[in-house]
Design a protein around this ligand. Structure first.
Ligand SMILES: [Zn+2]
Length: 361
């Protein structure tokens, strides 16, 4: 079969490799659609990320890494001992956050806080391949209804579910979502389901703000034209929002907002409010602890939510309460398109992409 392999830093190639072995309790999954996550290119190129040390260890031990964890697949073979899957089942995975099943957190039922998580795309060869072998507990069955392309977008939507749950939104809360990319738009819609009152979308791109309105924002702020702190304060009659979800920050050279949006979130949130940090931020942040203490701000980094959140994300799309289809702007065919897909995904502003690029395998 064909699979992309990172054999050493920057040695990333499409290769012919044997079909993966199916261990007891594992299943062979044929990849139908894979979505190229922003983080995939970062992992290949060695950019800072919590998984990076594990990739370095894999490579130093001579184990190639196949990225890819946002996908729609089909079970085509099952290993001995598998009881919950059958041939033809459509599946996806929580991907980057698969629990080990044996650590103290897992044994106490807190799998989403696993101390030694294994990740599809790091320890488990991922979905930039025609087939992959995945443990039964790492696969989530997806019912009929959503398209394969929609299913490939469920993993990040599941993380949105986990993050919005971490916000503890109460009915009527004012929620600001900074950044209207795939994560921001997912969080915006899930926050609406969770009972948010006034929903405000912030971005620098007009087309992203149009999507934001379509997906339920009552007001939008273009932060390239106006100061988002002032505008949000105005929209909230000088009180500030109950919850700010920060999904805009990250590498400035990738068109993201750096650390600025988290600073803005701290300034705009109401006294006693909560900030949910989603974007992968790089570097050290200067925080004003006096301001944070005097405003009694909670700055929260929720966990991704796990398999149950992914199932709920699938339910939300199947019941048409959340949409992912309008975001899927770029679909390519064939695994050889991975480098092109990575380039577009890493420069979404330049290529006018909202969602990561998808590849039909
Ligand atoms: Zn564990």
């Amino acid at each position: 079969m064909k699979a992309w392999r990172l054999n050493a830093r920057r040695e990333f190639r499409l290769e012919d490799v044997p079909l993966p072995e199916i261990k007891p309790g594992w299943a062979l999954v044929k990849v139908r659609v894979v979505q190229v996550a922003v983080v995939d290119r970062g992992l290949v190129e060695g950019m800072p990320h919590p998984h990076q040390a594990r990739i370095t260890r894999m490579l130093s031990e001579g184990n190639p890494v196949t990225p890819g964890h946002e996908y729609c697949g089909e079970v085509v073979q099952i290993g001995p001992g598998v009881t919950t899957l059958k041939l033809g089942d459509r599946v996806s995975s929580t991907g980057g956050h698969m629990h080990c099943g044996t650590c103290s957190m897992c044994r106490s039922g807190r799998q989403s806080l696993c101390l030694s998580p294994i990740s599809m795309g790091v320890e488990i060869p991922g979905a930039f391949a025609e087939y992959m072998s995945v443990p039964e507990w790492g696969l989530v069955k997806i019912p009929d209804g959503p398209t394969d392309n929609e299913v490939a977008a469920f993993q990040p939507l599941g993380i949105c579910v986990g993050n919005v749950r971490g916000a503890g939104i109460r009915m009527g809360d004012t929620v600001v979502v900074m950044g209207q990319g795939a994560m921001g738009l997912g969080c915006l819609q899930v926050a609406k389901v969770a009972g948010a009152g006034q929903l405000i979308g912030v971005d620098v791109r007009t087309e992203a703000l149009d999507l934001s309105r379509d997906f339920g924002a009552n007001a939008v702020v273009n932060s390239s034209e106006a100061d988002p702190v002032k505008e949000v304060r105005k929209l909230t009659v000088d009180v500030g929002p109950d919850v700010v979800i920060e999904a805009a920050g990250g590498r400035v050279e990738d068109g993201l907002a750096g650390l600025r949006t988290l600073q803005q979130a701290i300034q705009m949130v109401r006294t006693g409010g909560k900030i949910i940090q989603i974007a992968n931020l790089e570097g050290l942040l200067e925080l004003d602890p006096v301001l944070m203490r005097s405003k009694n701000i909670s700055l929260v980094f929720p966990s991704g939510g796990g398999a149950e959140a992914l199932r709920y994300a699938a339910f939300l799309v199947a019941t048409k309460r959340v949409k992912v289809e309008p975001q899927i702007s770029h679909v390519m065919h064939g695994l050889e398109k991975v480098p092109e897909a990575m380039e577009i995904t890493a420069n979404k502003v330049k290529y006018r992409a909202t969602n990561p690029v998808q590849i039909v395998v």
